[in-house]
Structure formats: structure tokens, C-alpha cells
Write a protein that binds this ligand. Structure first.
Ligand SMILES: NC(=O)c1ccc[n+]([C@@H]2O[C@H](COP(=O)([O-])OP(=O)(O)OC[C@H]3O[C@@H](n4cnc5c(N)ncnc54)[C@H](O)[C@@H]3O)[C@@H](O)[C@H]2O)c1
Length: 423
């Protein structure tokens, strides 16, 4: 099968500039087949092997960051993508590359929808960072347009591909019986919210990293939410003049009777031993699973360096005989899954529906967005009431009739329907 996939990357910061760009450099070098076995898609390896990949453009907000991303990619591959910058640089990219196959979106959380919709309109497939978007109506618009255009919108939910999580999904969850309750936590370093992100005030720790665990739990159990409640705290970042939540806790009740707590912060001090602290636990009717995603057993300390851990499952370098390094891990697998589906559509005429089991779809992401959307509203109301000494009594209900906010403090308007389509 001859042919090529032309990609453009919008957003090349901490994640786009590192994980996406490195994955695309390897694709450009060796194609997609070397990665497929990790996803159980090895049967496609021979067919997809001849497909060439080219990162044609990279677009960021400033000229400096665009030039840096361009130079980094050239240093890895010998080939420089065209660099674009500005407030809406993706529009120029789409104009200059009318046959673009894939628009990869790694812009800040609040700036996904606009880029995704522009890419779909231009006929590109989309590979987007999580969260797909922050607003449920935006999720509906993305899905509608993707269906109309027959294009893939793949969301980078790489926790699905962590080898421990694959084992839990395929095996362990069946051993513990019906799920009763669980907890999933992801605690990010303060560096992220206080210095890396210029956009911390437009997001929050649950919107930023909560989607990973919400998606994973929904993916394990194919379950939908029926209700949630949420609270958040603002004590640390406000000290630095950043009006953002330090931490958010959300409890989601699912239709299968399971209740799950999602705990997120982005104020972990740099003294912590790992890059992030993360894990999850599930208690079932006949057993329990504990998965520490942070401490995988590799720990070291040295003078002046403190005690440290590393998660080599996420991404790791594998030395090649020529001295360069391949980049593998579940961090790459999330991108490979979407790209494999895109190749099947482009070169083998596969339909979106027939590939729904192969990659994290926009339709699945919609459920996560519904939870993020409702949690944000509930959390803000509870924050206000807690400040006033009235307790955190607000919740949200999900169902066939949409999403309803339940606020006992609002006389005469306790129930407010905020979304009217079935969840
Ligand atoms: N999958 C994961 O584990 C993971 C990890 C980190 C971040 N992310 C997600 O990736 C996305 C990017 O996060 P990040 O950590 O790289 O953030 P970042 O702030 O480090 O980088 C943002 C990038 O977007 C660019 N950008 C900002 N405004 C733009 C505009 N108007 N037009 C074009 N480019 C623009 C910036 O120039 C920068 O290159 C976020 O949605 C985040 O949630 C995912």
C-alpha cells in the first residue's frame, strides 16, 4: 500500500513539543508498523508498513516557540516542518496544506474546540489532546461535524494503554466482582500551574488531568454517570496571584452502582519524589485492585538530588545501533491508536463506526466532557456556599433528560436543567 499521511501539529509546549513531536519524528523515520504490536494491532503491520508520515507544519503562539519546535524536529529527523505562529495559526496551516490528513491539537485546554472544528471543516482527521473540550455543547458540535465529514477525532487517552491498566481491564476487574467504589488520584507539580501554563486560570486540576481517570474508569466498565458532586480549594495559588483552584475533588456515581472519587491537584511541591503522584484503587464485591502509577519500584537517591522515582512505562528511549533512540511507551500508544484508525479510513475505506473499538473516540470523550462540565458548575456553586458557611450541598444528575443541577439553596429553582440531550 503506497501513500503518505501529512500531519500538522498545533501547540508544541510541554506535551506537544515533547511527546507528539517525538512520536511524529519516529513515524517519519520508520512508519507506524513498529508501534502496532503494543496495541494488539500487529495484524495490520504489513499492510500499513509502506505508509510514509510527514510532519508538514508546526504552529504555536509565538515565533520563538514555533522556530524552536521547528529546529527541534529538524535536529531529530533532518527535515524541518514549516513554522507558523499567531493567535490562530492553524487557519494559515489549513490554507497552505489543503490536502492535510491529520491536524494534531496540543493547545491549552480551553483552545481545543476552535482548532478541531476548523480542521474538520477543512477535511482533516483530528488527533487531539485531552480533554477533547470543556463544554458539552462543543462536544456535540465536534461529533456532529466529524460524523458529517466522515473523519476520525481521536482523543489521546493514553492511560488505556498502560500495561497495568490493560491487565486490569482484561483480567483483574473480572476477578474482583461487581465494582463498589474506588478512588483515582493525579497530583501534579506546582511548576505546571504556577509557571509552565500561562492558562491555569482558564482551567483547573480536574479539567486538566481528571479526564485521564474518568475515561479509564468509563472504559473499564462501559459505564455512564448518573450523578456527581464536587468541591475545590483555593489557598496556595492565590498566594502567587493566580486565581485558580489548587485542588478539586469530584465524586461520580455510575449507572452500574459504583461510586468513584477523583482527586486532583496541581500544587505538589518539587520535593516530591516523582514527576507526578498518581494511582487508582477499585473495591469490588469479591476483592480489590490497587495500582500505584507513580512508584513502579524504581527509586534512587543521590547527594543533593533527593529521593526520586521514574515511570518508564509512560515513555522511554530505546537505543538504536546508530546511536539515536526510538521513543516507545503508553504515552506514544495513545497517539498510535488514533493514527492507525486514520490510516484504515484513508487507505482501506474503513468507516468511523467500524473502528470505534480501536481508539478513544469523540463519542466516548463526550461522556468525560459531560462530567467535567457538570463538575465545574457544581464545584463553583459549592465553593461559593462553603465560603458563606452553607456547606457543599449542590450536585448534578445525569440521565435520558440531560443534566440537571440540584441546588437546595435556590428557593423555587432547586432543579435547573442545564443540558437537554440524553447522556
Ligand atoms: N496526555 C497527557 O498526559 C497530557 C500531558 C500534558 C498536557 N496535556 C494536554 O496537552 C495540551 C497542551 O498542554 P501543554 O502541557 O503542552 O501546555 P503548554 O502551555 O506547555 O503548551 C501550549 C502550547 O500551545 C501553544 N498555543 C497557545 N495558544 C495558542 C494559539 N492561540 N495558537 C496556537 N498555539 C497556541 C503554545 O505556544 C504552546 O506551544 C493541554 O490540553 C493539556 O491538557 C496532555
Amino acid at each position: 500500500m503506497e501513500g503518505s499521511i501529512k500531519l500538522a501539529l498545533v501547540g508544541a509546549g510541554m506535551f506537544g513539543g515533547d511527546v507528539h513531536a517525538r512520536a511524529y519524528a519516529d513515524l517519519q523515520r520508520s512508519g507506524i508498523s513498529p508501534q502496532l504490536g503494543r496495541l494488539g494491532l500487529d495484524a495490520w503491520a504489513r499492510e500499513l508498513a509502506p505508509i510514509r508520515f510527514e510532519l508538514a507544519a508546526v504552529a504555536t503562539r509565538t515565533e520563538k516557540s514555533a522556530r524552536r519546535a521547528q529546529a527541534d524536529f529538524k535536529a531529530r529527523t533532518g527535515l524541518a516542518p514549516r513554522a507558523y505562529w499567531g493567535e490562530q495559526p492553524w487557519l494559515e496551516v489549513l490554507r497552505d496544506f489543503p490536502g492535510l490528513d491529520v491536524l494534531a491539537v496540543a493547545t491549552p485546554d480551553p483552545l481545543h474546540t476552535e482548532v478541531i472544528l476548523a480542521g474538520l471543516k477543512a477535511g482533516a482527521h483530528i488527533l487531539t489532546e485531552k480533554p477533547m473540550c470543556l463544554d458539552l455543547r462543543e462536544a456535540d458540535r465536534i461529533i456532529e461535524l466529524a460524523q458529517k465529514q466522515g473523519r476520525i477525532v481521536a482523543v489521546d487517552m493514553h492511560k488505556r494503554y498502560d500495561p497495568d491498566h490493560v491487565r486490569i481491564r482484561e483480567d483483574l476487574r473480572h476477578r474482583i466482582g461487581e465494582p463498589l467504589y474506588g478512588v483515582a488520584y493525579l497530583e501534579e507539580p506546582i511548576e505546571v500551574s504556577a509557571s509552565t501554563f500561562k492558562w491555569a486560570e482558564q482551567s483547573d486540576p480536574f479539567s486538566y488531568v481528571g479526564p485521564h481517570w474518568v475515561d479509564l474508569i468509563c472504559h473499564y466498565y462501559h459505564c455512564k454517570p448518573v450523578s456527581l458532586t464536587a468541591v475545590g480549594q483555593k489557598k496556595r495559588l492565590v498566594r502567587d496571584g493566580i486565581n485558580a483552584y489548587d485542588a478539586v475533588q469530584v465524586r461520580v456515581d455510575f449507572a452500574n452502582g459504583m461510586s468513584f472519587h477523583f482527586l486532583n491537584n496541581w500544587i505538589t511541591p518539587p520535593d516530591f519524589e516523582g514527576p507526578v503522584n498518581q494511582g487508582h484503587e477499585i473495591v469490588g464485591a469479591c476483592g480489590k485492585i490497587e495500582s500505584d502509577q507513580q512508584d513502579r519500584g524504581l527509586r534512587w537517591w543521590n547527594q543533593g538530588g533527593g529521593s526520586r522515582t521514574a515511570n518508564n512505562h509512560f515513555t522511554r528511549e530505546v537505543k538504536r545501533p546508530d546511536g539515536t533512540a526510538a521513543y516507545v511507551g503508553y504515552g506514544v500508544d495513545g497517539l498510535t491508536a488514533g493514527l492507525a484508525a486514520i490510516c484504515r479510513v484513508k487507505f482501506l475505506g474503513a468507516s468511523r463506526q467500524s473502528l470505534a473499538e480501536v481508539y478513544p473516540t469523540a463519542e466516548e470523550a463526550r461522556i468525560t466532557v459531560a462530567i467535567l462540565h457538570a463538575a465545574r458548575l457544581v464545584r463553583d456553586l459549592n465553593f461559593k456556599y462553603l465560603q458563606a458557611g452553607q456547606g457543599a450541598t449542590v450536585s448534578a444528575r445525569f440521565g435520558e433528560d440531560g443534566i440537571t443541577l440540584v441546588d437546595p439553596n435556590r428557593k423555587g429553582k432547586v432543579f435547573e436543567r442545564i443540558y437537554r440531550k440524553a447522556i
